[in-house]
Every structure is written in C-alpha cells, then in structure tokens.
Design a protein around this ligand. Structure first.
Ligand SMILES: [Ca+2]
Length: 303
C-alpha cells in the first residue's frame, strides 16, 4: 500500500498540477507555503514538565494540589483553525480548560471546526502529569492539508495559566520534518486575574487577550512568576515531536492510554475520561479518524 507505484506517482503529479492551477487561492492564510508532502505522517509527541522547585522556587505549590500538569489536548489542523494565539482572546472552551482543566467545551469547539470548515484533521490527548517535572506522550497524525499542530496543557494549580504550541507546521515543503522540539513558557489566558498559583477565582472583566508571563510581566511582586533579577524565566516545559517511521499498515495501535489511577489530579475531569464518553465518540468520528483508531477509546464503544 505504501510502496510508491506509478499510480501514486501520477496522483502526486496531478495533485501538484492542481495546486499549481489553484495558484494563490490555494495558499493558506498568512502566506505560508503549501505543504506538498504526499502521505500523511505520524508523530510521537512528548511533553516534559520542567516546573521544579529549584527552577521556580517562588510560591512553588507543595500541597492541595502540588505542582502538576493537566491532560494535554491538541489538534492537527489547517491554518483555518486556531486553538489559541498570543494577543488574541481565548474561546470559551479554552477558558474552561485554562481555568479548570475542563476539556469538554474545547473538544466541542474543535469538533465544530472540523465539521464546518474541515479545518481539523484529528484530536489527540495525553494523560495528565501528576508532578511538575513528569512526562506524558501521545501519537498524532498530520496530513498535507492539516499539517499544523497546536496543543495546550494547563498549569495546575493556577488561575488561568497554561503552556502550549500554536500552529507548529510539521511540513517543510514536500517533506515532513523528522523532529521538532520547543521550550515552553507560561501564558495567561486573560480570563482570571489571580496573581498566584493558588489565588481564588477572580474573573477578568472585560476579558483580556492571551499574554506571555515573563519574569517581569505582570510587573507585580505578588505574581508567582515575578523574578525581577532574572532576565528571562527558564523554560517551564519542553515538547518534542518525532516522526514515526512505521507505515500506517504496519502500525500496531498501542494499548489504550488510561489516566493514572494512583495520582488522581485534583483538578477537574481528565481529558481522557471525557474523550471516552460515547457521545463525543459518535460526534468525532468524522473528523478524527486518527484519534479513533489509536487512542484511548475502548473497543467496546463502536460508533
Ligand atoms: Ca490571568
């Protein structure tokens, strides 16, 4: 199936011709180059927390809950979809996720984007990380028209702080990147005005845009990330994406990824538990085949 064949070569040639014919109309928003990589590509994504007490001693959360990370929720999408963006307002779904780790509304938004604009190819998620420095991973698939990857992970505890990636393009012209790695820094969703990790809820009215939290901004001594002597914060997490070489046919779906039982996060329902709900499974079956095939849904839930 994956062996290059004359038919496949012809298909690629026709596709290239089609793209050439479409010309500028086929260009994604923002003037990025068109991805012409032929087959879809599969990646592993690994999120590594670097939120240690050594690196971030100020107000480091020790109890109820100790420093940890929510589930990771992401999507492979086109430039017509944006999960979050610096200096823009978050959606209601991302607000729920950033403030409380609730993934349901965000999932519904992603699903709606996938159905209305075909701008989302697949959703992926990884289990929550029960410590500030733990690791979690997932697999995802991108394709030519959905070569961008975005994801979010909530900082727990925090008012509305998260880390993530906005529209990382895994395609480089006619080929897929072998790997990508990014240091991650905290962002403020602009929906809760709490200054510290454990601040009580304090809605930001009117809502503010997404801003990066730095060692000097917000410029207030009470802020948990305020380190006036530091020029910049150290990265609080890192993400690595590595292309998997297995052909889709040879790929053996991994065992279901289940949330950790002995380190239940004291946030809200995990993404996994929501994603395992049959309602969503039914709704997502159009736009997220990759998710359906490889991830947490059990085989007892046939849509
Ligand atoms: Ca805030």
């Amino acid at each position: 199936m994956e062996n290059p064949s004359p038919a496949a070569a012809l298909g690629r040639a026709l596709w290239a011709l089609l793209l050439a014919t479409l010309g500028a109309a086929g260009l994604p928003r923002g003037g990025e180059s068109v991805c012409s990589a032929r087959a879809p590509a599969k990646y592993s994504i690994t999120f590594t927390g670097k939120w240690s007490q050594t690196a971030f001693p100020k107000q480091y959360p020790m109890f109820r809950p100790p420093a940890q990370w929510s589930s990771l929720l992401g999507a492979a999408h086109s430039s017509d979809y944006s999960m979050w963006r610096k200096n823009q307002y978050v959606s209601n779904g991302l607000r729920d996720f950033a403030e409380r780790g609730e993934a349901w509304a965000l999932m519904k938004e992603i699903e709606a984007a996938g159905e209305a604009l075909q701008s989302v190819h697949a959703v992926f998620s990884a289990p929550a990380v029960p410590s500030g420095t733990g690791q979690t991973s997932a697999e995802l698939e991108v394709q030519r028209r959905h070569s961008l990857v975005s994801f979010v992970v909530r900082i727990v505890p925090s008012p509305d702080w998260f880390v993530g990636v906005d529209s990382l393009d895994l395609c480089d012209g006619d080929r897929w990147r072998e790997q990508a790695a990014l240091d991650l820094y905290p962002y403020d969703a602009g929906t809760d005005s709490g200054f510290t990790f454990s601040s009580p809820n304090f809605a930001t009215i009117p809502q503010d845009t997404v801003t990066e939290i730095t060692s000097s901004s917000p410029s207030h001594p009470a802020n948990s990330f305020y380190y006036p002597r530091l020029k910049a914060l150290p990265p609080i997490a890192r993400v690595t994406l590595v292309r998997l070489r297995q052909s889709p046919r040879a790929f053996v779906p991994s065992a279901p990824v289940l949330p950790s039982r002995d380190n239940e996060i004291i946030d809200s329902a995990s993404v996994e538990s929501i994603l395992q709900g049959h309602c969503l499974e039914e709704r997502m079956k159009g736009g997220s085949r990759q998710y359906m095939r490889d991830s947490v849904l059990s085989d007892t839930h046939h849509g």
